[in-house]
Design a protein around this ligand. Structure first.
Ligand code: GRF
Length: 220
C-alpha cells in the first residue's frame, strides 16, 4: 500500500526554475510528495505566477512588510505549517535564515547550491569555478544548517567545464543538471532514504550511486 504523499513547501526569491522542476517531477505517478505551497520573500518573484498557473498556492510574504527578520520568518513558518507542509525546499531563496528558523525545520529543510560544496559557498560560484581552473563544476543538495551552504550533503551532480566556457553558459548548463538533481534528492528525503542523523546526512547504500550524478546536459 502506498503511503500518502508528503506536503512540500518551496521557498523562492526569483524565477523559480528549480521550483518548476520539482513541480514537474511531483506530477509523476507514485512521487512521494506534492508541492503544496510556494513562498517568496519578494512579491515580484517570477516563480509565483508560474506556480499559480500550475494550480499551486503561491504567496509572497514580503520581507519589507516586517520590522525584523525574526518576524518575517515567523510569518513564513506559520504559512508553511498552516499548509500542512512537512518538508521545505529552498530553491533560490536569497535571504539568510536565523538559527531559530533552521532549528524549527531541522532535518526537514533542504537547499540546492550551484557548486560542488564545500567548494565555492556563497555567490558567483560559476566565475569562481572558472577562475580556479576547475575541469568540472556541479551542484549540491544539502540539508540546511545554521552555517550557510555548509549543511550535510545529500546529493551532487557534476558537469564538465569546457574550453571557452564563461560564467553565463556554465550557469545555464549547470541549471539543467540542477533540474535533474533536485527532484531526485527530494525523492530520497521524502522516502527517508536520505536523512539527517545527528549532524550528518545518511543515505541508504543502494541509493549512493544515484546520489552522485554525472550529468552532461546539452549545451544551450
Ligand atoms: C539556482 O542556481 C540555485 O542553485 C541557486 O539559485 C538559483 C535559483 O535559480 N540556489 P531558479 O530560481 O531555481 O531558476
Amino acid at each position: 500500500m502506498s503511503r500518502p504523499a508528503k506536503r512540500v513547501a518551496v521557498m523562492i526569491s526569483g524565477r523559480g526554475s528549480n521550483m518548476g522542476a520539482l513541480v514537474e517531477a511531483a506530477k509523476a505517478p507514485g512521487f512521494p510528495g506534492t508541492i503544496a505551497l510556494v513562498l517568496s520573500n519578494k512579491p515580484d518573484a517570477g516563480g509565483l505566477e508560474a506556480a499559480r498557473e500550475e494550480g499551486i498556492e503561491a504567496v509572497a510574504i514580503d520581507q519589507k512588510a516586517y520590522a525584523s527578520r525574526a518576524e518575517h520568518e515567523e510569518a513564513v513558518a506559520e504559512a508553511i505549517e498552516a499548509a500542512g507542509c512537512e518538508i521545505v525546499c529552498l530553491a533560490g531563496y536569497m535571504r539568510l535564515l536565523t538559527p531559530a528558523f533552521v532549528q524549527r525545520f531541522k532535518g526537514r529543510m533542504i537547499n540546492i547550491h550551484p557548486s560542488l560544496l564545500p567548494l565555492f559557498p556563497g555567490l558567483d560560484t560559476h566565475q569562481r569555478a572558472l577562475d580556479a581552473g576547475m575541469r568540472v563544476h556541479g551542484c549540491t543538495v544539502h540539508f540546511v544548517t545554521e552555517e550557510m551552504d555548509e549543511g550535510p550533503i545529500i546529493a551532487q551532480a557534476v558537469i564538465p567545464v569546457r574550453p571557452g566556457d564563461n560564467a553565463q553558459n556554465l550557469a545555464t548548463r549547470l541549471l539543467g543538471a540542477e533540474h535533474h538533481l533536485y527532484p531526485h534528492a527530494l525523492r530520497l528525503v521524502l522516502d527517508g532514504r536520505a536523512r539527517m542523523e545527528g549532524e550528518r546526512a545518511v543515505i541508504d547504500m543502494e541509493e549512493a550511486d544515484g546520489a552522485a550524478m554525472l550529468v552532461s546536459p546539452q549545451a544551450s
